[in-house]
Design a binder for this molecule. Structure first.
Ligand SMILES: Nc1nc2c(c(=O)[nH]1)N[C@H]1C(S)=C(S)[C@@H](COP(=O)(O)O)O[C@H]1N2
Ligand SMILES: [Mo]
Length: 404
């Protein structure tokens, strides 16, 4: 088996055997599965990057839980924090968070003080802005891990609301403060590379953000950003800064590479395959999530018996408006039938939906489309919104089945 091979042997054998080798799902080319790479993870996760760690949850695992357990939650690290490859709690002795920038007096706060403050809880979708990226590649190749639909989970964070923290510390902000930039303790692999950080608009931060200390009722697992993580419900995963050590109040978005040149989508549509140099004036940061639905059942490639078929899945948006419709189509989007939709516990959590759809014999295609109260919906043509880094895909998902 490939586990017995080191990387060089693997590369040699690939060269010798040529292309077309199919490794078992969930196993990376080196043979290290998710459980071997990150202590406590399910070996069935799909490993996209074993270097800094990018792993995806297959829908067959994701669909079995209302709250996504830490064992199967996807992981996406741009860079690493040594010692954080585990779902165990982080070692947090002496952890401190600095608050600085456009404030009258900078402050430093430790975990004991944070733990003593009033906490809030929020159930929310955590989704990488690259989720579904693989779909963009049908139109033209995009850069980044080819996530299918599983760079997403639904979790419950608990922590100190940022607004409460500012009150408690009597932190006076300059009227020029418009954004909050968050930094984590992790650092780039090469010192010449940009350190990962992100800026978020202060209005949403004051209304929504928590300095989270718990996830799903226990200390945040080290791999998911413990002991402290800035979470802003409704925002893409990249903005949920792990291993939080510093918050800077600023008048504009940080000039940092990850904010200015990455994690953005162009303002105007661009032709699939074109180049694009991101800057503040031609693109938006990956902030609020686009509305989306995911089909959990049936799964792509399943064989089903003809008759009424239970179709189910989830839908979510940025929490800014209620999702009031999920529709199913089995005729490539010509006609749609309404699914039954359950209201979630929080506007930021995913909604469950289900429908019984009659399917007759032959190959079948099932599509799902969510629409919210602001009329925001998903494009039938998933190539709309194509961008070179493949962020923000929210096309209508199509599941292909065989009906016998
Ligand atoms: N400090 C830090 N925070 C980070 C990252 C990172 O590399 N470093 N990656 C971001 C990205 S791109 C995503 S999608 C989410 C993934 O969260 P998870 O690994 O807990 O699933 O974390 C975000 N927060
Ligand atoms: Mo991400």
């Amino acid at each position: 088996m490939i586990t017995d091979l080191n990387r060089r042997d693997f590369l040699v054998s690939t060269l010798v055997c040529g292309a077309g080798l199919a490794w078992p799902r969930g196993v990376w080319a080196d043979g290290e599965n998710a459980a071997q790479l990150v202590e406590g993870k399910d070996p069935g996760l799909i490993v996209h990057n074993a270097k800094t760690i990018e792993m995806e949850t297959p829908l067959a695992l994701l669909r079995n839980h209302r709250l996504t357990p830490k064992k199967i939650l996807f992981v996406r690290n741009n860079q690493e924090l040594p010692g954080a490859r585990t779902t165990q709690p982080a070692k947090d002795a002496d952890w401190r968070i600095e608050l600085m920038g456009l404030v009258e007096y900078p402050r430093t706060i430790d975990l004991a003080r944070l733990r003593a403050m009033e906490q809030n809880e929020v159930e929310m979708v955590l989704q990488c802005s690259g989720n579904g990226r693989k779909q963009f590649s049908r139109a033209a190749k995009v850069k980044g891990a080819p996530w299918e639909q599983g760079a997403v989970g639904n979790v419950r964070f608990r922590g100190v609301p940022l607004a409460k923290l500012l009150d408690e510390l009597k932190l006076e902000l300059s009227p020029d403060a418009q954004l909050l930039t968050a930094e984590g303790k992790d650092g780039p692999a090469k010192p010449e590379d940009a350190d990962f950080e992100h800026s978020l608009p202060l209005g949403d931060v004051r209304r929504r953000s928590l300095i989270a200390l718990e996830m799903n009722g226990e200390p945040i697992p080290a791999v998911h950003g413990g002991p402290a993580r800035l979470v802003t419900p409704g925002y893409y995963g990249t903005m949920q800064v792990k291993w939080l050590t510093r918050l800077r109040f600023e008048s504009r978005e940080t000039f940092n590479h990850h904010q200015r040149r990455r994690y953005r989508t162009p303002h105007e549509p661009i032709a699939p395959g074109s180049d694009f140099t991101y800057d503040f004036d031609n693109s938006d940061a990956n902030w609020r999530m686009r509305i989306k639905s995911i089909i959990f059942s049936p799964l792509d490639g399943e064989t089903l018996a003809a008759g009424k078929v239970a179709v189910r899945g989830v839908a979510f948006n940025d929490g800014g408006a209620k999702i009031d419709e999920v529709e199913i189509s089995i005729d490539d989007g010509q006609t749609w039938q309404r699914a039954k939709l359950d209201l979630p516990r929080s506007p930021y959590a995913w909604y469950h939906w289900s429908a019984n759809i009659p399917l007759s014999k032959g190959p079948g295609r099932i599509m799902a489309r969510a629409t919210d109260a602001l009329g925001r919906t998903q494009p039938l043509d998933g190539a709309i919104g194509w961008n070179p880094a493949g962020y923000g895909w929210n096309g209508v998902q199509t599941v292909e089945v065989k009906v016998t």
